[in-house]
Design a protein around this ligand. Sequence first.
Ligand code: PHE
Length: 349
Amino acid sequence: MKDELNSIQVETLEKIQNAYTSKELQDIKVAVLGKKGSLTSVLRGMGKLSKEERPVVGELANKVRETISAEIDQKSNVLEEQAMEEQLKKEAIDVTLPGRPVQFGGPHLLTSIIEEIEDLFIGMGFEIKEGPEVETDYYNFEALNLPKNHPARDMQDTFYITNELLLRTHTSPVQARTMNQYKGTQAVKMICPGKVYRRDTDDATHSHQFTQIEGLYVDKDVRMSDLKGILDKFAKKMFGQDRKIRLRPSFFPFTEPSVEMDISCKVCNGAGCSVCKKTGWIEILGAGMVHPRVLKMAGYDPEVYTGFAFGMGPDRIAMLKYGIDDIRQFYTNDKRFLRQYHHAKGGIL
Ligand code: PHE
């Protein structure tokens, strides 16, 4: 019996040595130490032994069991470690591989232009105001000296929502709203950038949605020369110090007198070319002295307060500045077009 035990030990240890997987180890364990295992069946035969032999064989059997168990445990640890290492090797991340390129976004060119213009006017003491895009007929027209059925309403084809509600056709209602808010109690010096809408057929120079920036300066002694000075400064900062401006008489119901401002053409330096339609000048904005009736309607005494207003189109300014020949480019959101201008002044990259 002792021999049997010894040979079980020797054989089993060798098998353990040669095991390559936990499954094999488990099988060995069952085959030797399990209920029907070889060691177990030897122990079952102990009853046949003499009293003297029994404790000796018992002790040996226990030792064999312990040795085999310990060997299985140890080998099991080794196999687990190996498995873990193999897994880690498979899952290893190569940190030296080049990364995938990240696509950065950037502001829309119109946003950059608007921010650039805002900065210019903030530097001259103007504050930024906002107003609703769905506007009342009153603020869009009536408060600007355009009563119902006034023929000048036709200058701006309008998207009506109801008889009294519309999509604002210009940013001028924000002048009226701001003055109305202060009701003649204080000076106003503001600009208002925003979207405006007109029932135009879209083509290279028209879009049913575009942007405007309104300007308004009302105080006790504001003159036309202040308007000219500020617009001259704006034009030079925006388009270059060598630019000249000229004011031409025009008409807007909410300003009197009204003007249109041109800047000298940079392409031909005033000589006349296709960009300026051979005139040497490019039209940039409409402006004028706030009409006394508009001041009065908003609660300002036109005998005490005077002011100027202007309205310009960032779309047109961006087109001139960057040589873009189709306004629809701003609204069709072709990233290949937009991406070219992420570096424009005011951009984040
Ligand atoms: N609101 C005018 C337009 O859209 C522009 C303008 C604004 C003219 C302020 C004069 C003063 O055509």
